[in-house]
Design a protein around this ligand. Structure first.
Ligand code: HGY
Ligand code: MN
Ligand code: MN
Length: 422
């Protein structure tokens, strides 16, 4: 089927309506500089979900939620027995996040479904818009808990005991969320309890500079690099900063510096393909005049090649322990997403639709991870990228133009109509 499918629905996509919804959502958890801080399973998250539900109910979509809090908005097909086409993304943000990462994919899905309904375009298959629980992994590590549980990648209770900075656990907070949505229909948990979708397509800002730099409109995403997250704890001995001779110290901060220097060696890549980040450090007792007896730091390691991801990732613990001078270390892996290559079907549908709409496209990988990564084993999967200003994301200055987002929603509309009639 060529990409000029459902031209009336494509024409019914409203740039203003989509932008207005995005700006309404951005008010929930707004932080200075046009940013958003809306962590998963918080009151703010609940408010944002209620706003989305109100839009969906006004449209006549069937709203349901599963055991992980994944939220689904269903547009019925002419044959409700057929496996649905799934689209969506996440509503939670980074603590110093922007107005578009994740939430645009959910709102674009709603916009596409609304356009199909307004244009009277019927589809054989149902279309479901999903908002995945905890994609970012900021409040509760790791990310992608909702999509991992949906895909049966991990048991649903895997993260119940994970605590946030206040000591609240994911399990408790999830129960609170589900209790607050007792009026919303329950549904089986993904492929664990139900059937797999026919296909999955996620619209997302690029979170990188390529589309803007090359003057392109749509990224036809062909795959996602692999990611591994670790938490490292180094213990030493606390002492008085003024009286304790250096040779008697077991300074956990000094050992952390040795460990990170050794990791930088391990992760050296002259081609600058590998991504290695220490983004969070906690020091105890964290005072200027006491020697630290405990540090915890995070490792976010990514690479598109499974062999590199395995070999260097598996070496992390040995390298850390080999670098310590006085302390002990524990290294725990918290997230392991293999590199994912999309089945050609959905990227081809995205490219065809974008070209039929006169848009300039680029086939490209995703450096950021996404819930789409966990849909790959279940069904043909793909992503639609739109440019974001200077490639900035995970920051309040994250920005995409209304017309860029509308172009993305129009491509999504055509792709959904195409796939849902296959
Ligand atoms: O970290 C990531 O790649 C995603 O943006 N959460
Ligand atoms: Mn995202
Ligand atoms: Mn993100």
């Amino acid at each position: 089927m060529d990409g000029s499918v459902a031209p009336n629905a494509v024409a019914a996509v409203s740039q203003e309506r989509q932008w207005d919804r995005l700006m309404q959502m951005a008010k929930i958890g707004a932080i200075p500089g046009d940013g958003v801080n809306r962590a998963c399973l918080t009151d703010l998250d609940r408010q944002a979900r209620r706003l989305l539900i109100s839009w969906a109910e006004k449209l006549g979509l069937a709203v349901s939620v599963d055991a992980l809090g994944n939220l689904f908005l269903r547009h019925e097909g002419t044959d409700p027995t057929l496996a649905p086409v799934l689209t969506g993304s996440h509503m939670d943000t980074q603590p110093n996040g922007g107005r578009f990462d994740g939430i645009w994919g959910v709102i674009a899905g709603l916009e596409a479904v609304q356009a199909l309904r307004e244009a009277g375009v019927r589809t054989k298959r149902p279309i479901e818009v999903v908002a995945w629980t905890n994609e970012e992994g900021g409040r509760f590590a790791p990310g992608c808990m909702g999509s991992m549980a949906y895909a049966g990648f991990k048991p649903r209770d895997t993260w119940d005991g994970v605590a946030d900075n206040e000591g609240l656990t994911f399990g408790e907070e999830l129960k609170k969320l589900l209790a607050s949505e007792a009026d919303i229909a329950r549904r089986p948990l993904g492929v664990v309890e139900g059937a797999a979708p026919f296909a999955y397509v996620e619209a997302h800002i690029e979170q990188g500079p390529r589309l803007e730099a090359e003057g392109l409109d749509i990224g036809v995403v062909e795959g996602i690099q692999g990611s591994r997250w670790f938490i490292v704890e180094i213990t030493g001995k606390t002492d008085h900063a003024g009286t304790t001779p250096l040779k008697l110290r077991k300074d956990a901060v000094q050992d952390m510096l040795r460990a990170i220097a050794a990791l930088n060696e391990l992760m050296h890549d002259p081609d600058d393909v590998l991504r290695f980040t220490v983004g969070r450090i906690e020091v105890n007792p964290n005072t200027s005049n006491s020697v630290a007896d405990r540090v915890r730091f995070t490792i976010d390691f990514r690479h598109p090649d499974k062999a590199v991801l395995t070999e260097r990732g598996d070496a992390i613990e040995r390298v850390i322990k080999g670098a310590l001078k006085t302390g002990e270390a524990t290294v725990t892996e918290r997230f392991h997403a293999l590199p994912a290559t999309f089945d050609p079907m959905v990227p081809a549908a995205v490219e065809t639709a974008a070209k039929a709409q006169g848009l300039k496209t680029l086939r490209m990988p995703s450096g950021a991870f996404h819930d789409a990564q966990f849909m790959v084993p279940l069904c043909p999967t793909g992503m639609i990228f739109v440019p974001c200003r200077a490639g900035v994301s995970h920051h309040p200055s994250e920005y995409s133009e209304p017309h860029q987002l509308a172009a993305g929603a129009r491509v999504l509309t055509a792709v959904l109509a195409d796939l849902a009639n296959r």
